[in-house]
Design a binder for this molecule. Sequence first.
Ligand SMILES: [Zn+2]
Length: 455
Amino acid sequence: MTTIKLHNTKSRTKEAFAPIDPNNVRMYVCGPTVYDRAHIGNARPVVVFDVLFRLLRHVYGADHVTYARNFTDVDDKINARAKESGRPISEITAETSQWFLDDMGALGALEPTHMPRATAYIPQMIAMIEELIAKGHAYAAERHVLFAVDSWKEGYGQLSGRSVDDMIAGARVEVAPYKKNPMDFVLWKPSSEDLPGWDSPWGRGRPGWHIECSAMSYDLLGESFDIHGGGNDLMFPHHENEIAQSCCAHPKGDFARYWMHNEMLQVEGKKMSKSLGNFFTVRDLLEKGVPGEVVRFVFLSTHYRKPMDWTERKAAEAEATLRKWRALTAGIEPAASAAAAVIDALADDLNTAGAIAEMHKLATSGDAAGLLASGQLLGLLTADLAGWEVQNVDLAPLAEKLAGLRAAAMETKDFSAVDTMKAALLAAGVEVRMSKTGVDLMPGADFDAAKLEGL
Ligand SMILES: [Zn+2]
């Protein structure tokens, strides 16, 4: 069996992955807060952990992997969106959740086994908070419930490698009069009448963000599970707080054994931000005509622990590569397994860039069946993502027409019509190869089917 090695944030080393139960490998990844379209940075963890999900299924069997990713559907950003739009919260969260699934599906992401919504787990959250209070790790104050970090000084901060004292010194923490320690964080907070709320032993209120992941992962995956993933912006405080809640509520469990964090995404070398005007959603890209498969390829061409730079140039190169690979693998059956070198690269801490380099070798050596099987392990070259390259690529009639023009020009010695058509094809980003045996047209990196109209 392939040994998967993963960089564990907790130990800061690459470790051989040994699941608690190989018959049920369990992974939890923090999902979106649903009030708007996902921007492309939100899509990175989705694609990264989708590849890990696929690799785990490949190694342990598709029926032996459980993947849970939540929807945060109770949050102050959602409340604000409802207020400004005048629409009911449930309508906004239902619509946005579906947008998320549609957009991530367009990037070839499989749906996780479980997609729990926070609002469906309020009783479990309340039970966990009660457990924390009973064990002396949380306290109620002014209709809030707070986690007491001093009650678990030995564990708090281990994931991100800071002590409670360092955190207080370095953090801009909200100082509230009811907090015993400024680092104490909210498990439950009161809701006014105009905000969503649930009855609880501490009055009508709603959960803090962190408790939902602890309660839902416990319910779905148990007190110890294998992998917990998310963007590295979540490491502190979110994941640190998840660990504190789960380990203190269920001290016999390990919570998550392997912690994985993907690096952030930037655009053309700059941090993505609304003020810089380089902020865009996955849907924006798809509507601009960038195929989902191309987005996925660009993401996977950078290792998940490195910052990923989205550039138009990379997208164009990815598109050209995928066109070639799709043409090469059209109509053939995939090999029984992905190439060993591709599996090895993925098993080495999800080295997707290395896997793609190996796929280039397969393409060069003409191993189309191996290329296809390898691509599909990465969620590329799949039937689900097919179509975009074909509808643009039927260049055969144009090749025939150009061949006809050339044959006629040989007779008349007037090549102007041939030259005009060649120039038009080049302008549309088509590579033109004319040989004695015929005319070959290949879409290049900047191919634009719209410019072929009228030819
Ligand atoms: Zn979480």
